[in-house]
Design a protein. Structure first.
Length: 67
């Protein structure tokens, strides 16, 4: 498990909120849903798509500048 996901579970963070879904590599409801695995002892609420268009534009612009 990735360090961020491990930290979220171990810290028992109650809610994870993010803006843009990642259809290719997302792990919070897109490709995988690692935060709701029944084997984990904590499952936070996951809210995705908050200001989705704005967040997606920021990410797109960021990575276009890097290319």
């Amino acid at each position: 498990m990735c360090d961020v996901r491990r930290a979220i579970v171990l810290a028992r963070i109650p809610r994870v909120v993010f803006g843009a879904w990642d259809p290719k590599a997302g792990a919070a409801g897109s490709v995988l849903d690692i935060l709701s695995e029944p084997q984990l002892n904590h499952s936070p609420d996951v809210v995705g798509g908050v200001l989705e268009d704005e967040c997606a534009a920021l990410l797109t612009d960021f990575f276009e500048e890097r290319r």
